[in-house]
Design a protein. Sequence first.
Length: 128
Amino acid sequence: MRGVAARSFQDLLVWQKAHQFVLAAYRFSNGFPKTEVFGLTSQFRRASVSVAANIAEGFRRKGRADRARFINIAQTSLEECRYYLILAKDLQYGDSTKLTFQLEEVSRLLTAYAKSVQGLPAKPSPDP
């Protein structure tokens, strides 16, 4: 979709990758102990959904500042997910390596998208 204006949030690569992260988070958390249903499982799923949902909601916001606010909320939810993956690993609830790579990819895309919305260059320009 590069170079073509997105007509819906579903056209955004960052949303597509965030959605894939949500699906993977649900699959991963299926293996958590049943005692975590109302704890870590619920919190991790809620935070992962928040990433994709805030990208979607921010897409239709009119002003840059308003759109950037929703992207920032998505970024903070992604950081929350980062902690939950650390916790799940430390509690030995499964191998979170693949999901952590997905999280890193979404994080990079969100950072670039945030800069784009704010009108900033995606990459720093080299010094002359």
